[in-house]
Unconditional design. Structure first.
Length: 96
């Protein structure tokens, strides 16, 4: 792996951890409760959106570096949705 790929994967790893932390805070404090970051008041929902956006940016970068393929990612996402329809309760209400 070259340095760009190594760095992008390391940053993606950190960003995934930040998503995990934000989900933990949401479970503890609530989705729309105040979260203070950089002296700006945000909700945990907003912070989750920001952290997920950061993850998506790194996935884009890994695709541009030919590490991952959008076709394969979309295939995997569709397969995961199919599994969740069987093995979870996420789709018991109006989610398409």
């Amino acid at each position: 792996m070259n340095n760009q790929i190594t760095e992008a994967m390391g940053i993606l790893q950190e960003e995934c951890a930040e998503v995990i932390v934000e989900i933990s805070k949401i479970r503890r404090f609530g989705l729309d409760t105040a979260h203070f970051k950089s002296d700006m008041q945000q909700t945990h929902r907003t912070m989750l959106e920001i952290e997920i956006g950061d993850v998506m940016a790194l996935i884009d970068i890994l695709q541009e570096l030919d590490v991952v393929s959008w076709t394969n990612i979309e295939r995997a996402a569709a397969a995961k949705r199919d599994k969740l329809k069987i093995w979870s309760t996420i789709f018991n209400e109006n989610i398409s």
